[in-house]
Design a protein around this ligand. Structure first.
Ligand SMILES: [Fe+2]
Length: 510
């Protein structure tokens, strides 16, 4: 594809089309009664407090000094960013799906004088317009809005609510179907949507970019039938953008792995049914899981995405990868978390917003071996109900032995089938698990791996992650030694308020 064709193709993905990237079904947003019913549910199941969200008038949350217990490691200095849906209720309406909320980026700063917090709403065009109107104006993933305002491309409904990473002097707040938004690291004010190259306005830049050991950011974006592959250099400039054909048009792709030479992209058999649903205007489910279809793994060469292989694994739903690497025998090993179907997306994440919280499916870590020569693939599932896989960032694209995940292995009376209560490091070679139970009052969020300064060995690191304490209705930042997880946090910093449950984050060392 020559440059002009590429620009034309990308323009068609972005500003030129009101692409319904993530339309789900649906019934209209709840009335004020939905918000009141949710408040009653929180009184019954206190952990649901983390899904109430911030008030429509909130722009900033700030605490200059968190209460710290334990011994904060002297070498742990820097900025821990997280992102997630935060605003669920406006003008008497409550969103129906967890993923619908407008994004708020959280920054915990670990400095010489302690831990501070700043949270700030990402000022997307959607947020700005809806603040002015005093109501939701555009359809979301799982919520239909009556009298929807006209949309001019995916950024009209971009909530920038999925992940945040500091790269080349700015913080990128990312969603899945449209632009990343650039924030000022100093105060998290929104600079605006990132256009990597003129002509590529609103082209999809997904929420799980991977940073290679040289500081390059690799990412994908998917549309109806294309896969965009982004390569951003360490200075934050676009090095190259390529576009390939999707082997499963209409499917969704959420996360991506890289190896030294390849992009490895799981494409679960989940399809958006545009013909039936448009942007959620029909009451039927617009996101269908096809159990008779395989989980496809699209492997593309970084230097030429047209050179590729598509592997087929048994049907399952995938949000997240752990890692991928190449072996000397020509195979690629990919770790990921898979679920038997997409009910978390299509049902559980809606029940959560109604205060009926719980997960009905069990996700498992899987390790796939992909033979580039023969095209054959096999996959092995490991024990444990897990999500939010992370590895030591120094091993991205290289062999990594240890996988960090949030995990569930107990049920607690009165808590329902909620999100996660534990964190674990699993040794993928031996299967051995080192895990810690935060207990019945905690909802455990993603924990990331932060290397100890001066170290080089995998897992010479801390785990850093947040938990929501249902008893205190407050969010905590936990620090664990990655090699002694069962000992529990060596330090905790506690906010005087609750943050809405988030999705993903990253750390930048001071
Ligand atoms: Fe994700």
């Amino acid at each position: 594809m020559n440059r002009r064709d590429l620009i034309r193709a990308l323009a068609a993905l972005g500003a030129g089309s009101a692409l319904p990237a993530f339309a789900l079904d649906a019934a209209p947003a709840g009335s004020g009664a939905a918000a009141a019913a949710f408040d009653r549910a929180v009184a019954e199941m206190r952990w649901l407090g983390a899904l109430k969200g911030v008030s429509a008038g909130t722009d900033t949350l700030r605490c200059d000094r968190l209460a710290v217990s334990g011994r904060w490691p002297a070498g742990l200095r820097g900025r821990f960013y997280r992102n997630g849906p935060a605003l669920f209720e406006r003008g008497g309406q409550r969103y129906r799906h967890w993923f619908d909320g407008d994004g708020m980026v959280q920054r915990f700063e670990f400095g010489p004088n302690g831990v501070s917090h700043l949270g700030r709403m990402v000022r997307t065009p959607k947020l700005a317009n809806e603040r002015e109107a005093g109501r939701f104006l555009v359809n979301a993933l799982g919520t239909r809005i009556d009298d929807e305002a006209p949309v001019q491309g995916p950024d009209s409904f971009n909530t920038a609510n999925t992940n945040a990473i500091e790269h080349a002097g700015r913080v990128l707040a990312m969603w899945e179907g449209g632009s990343a938004f650039a924030l000022d690291p100093a105060d998290l004010s929104t600079r605006g949507a990132v256009t990597w190259q003129p002509g590529l306005e609103q082209a999809p830049f997904s929420a799980h970019p991977k940073l290679d050991p040289q500081g390059n950011l690799w990412n994908i974006g998917t549309t109806q039938d294309k896969v965009v592959v982004w390569h951003v250099d360490p200075a934050g400039k676009l090095a190259r953008v390529q576009i390939g054909e999707s082997p499963y048009p209409g499917g969704m792709a959420h996360d991506v792995a890289i190896t030294e030479r390849y992009i490895v992209l799981p494409l679960p058999p989940v399809r958006l049914n545009f013909g039936r649903a448009g942007r959620g205007r029909e009451p039927e489910q617009a996101m269908d899981f096809a159990p008779d279809q395989p989980l496809r793994i699209l492997v593309m060469r970084k230097d030429d995405v047209a050179e590729r292989r598509v592997f087929e694994l048994p049907a399952q739903f995938v949000f997240h990868v752990g890692n991928a690497h190449e072996r000397s025998d020509g195979t690629i090993v990919l770790s990921f978390v898979g679920a038997p179907d997409a009910t978390f997306l299509t049902r559980d994440a809606i029940a959560l917003m109604r205060g009926e919280g719980g997960m009905s499916t069990h996700t498992r870590t899987q390790v796939a071996t992909l033979d580039m020569a023969s095209g054959r693939a096999r996959v092995d599932a490991l024990a444990g109900a897990v999500e939010f896989p992370r590895i030591d960032p120094r091993r991205i694209g290289l062999p990594a032995r240890h996988l960090v995940t949030a995990v569930n292995w107990k049920s607690f009376p009165g808590r329902g089938r909620t999100l996660f209560h534990g964190i674990q490091v699993q040794d993928l070679a031996s299967g051995r698990v080192d895990r810690f139970d935060y207990g019945a009052d905690a909802v455990v969020e993603e924990h990331i791996v932060v290397p100890k300064p001066g170290s080089t060995r995998e897992l010479d690191a801390w785990l850093v992650g947040t938990t929501f304490d249902a008893r205190r209705q407050a969010t905590q930042v936990n620090v664990l030694d990655a090699r002694r997880v069962a000992d529990g946090p060596i330090a905790q910093a506690t906010l005087p308020y609750a943050l809405p449950l988030g999705f993903h984050g990253n750390f930048s060392a001071a």
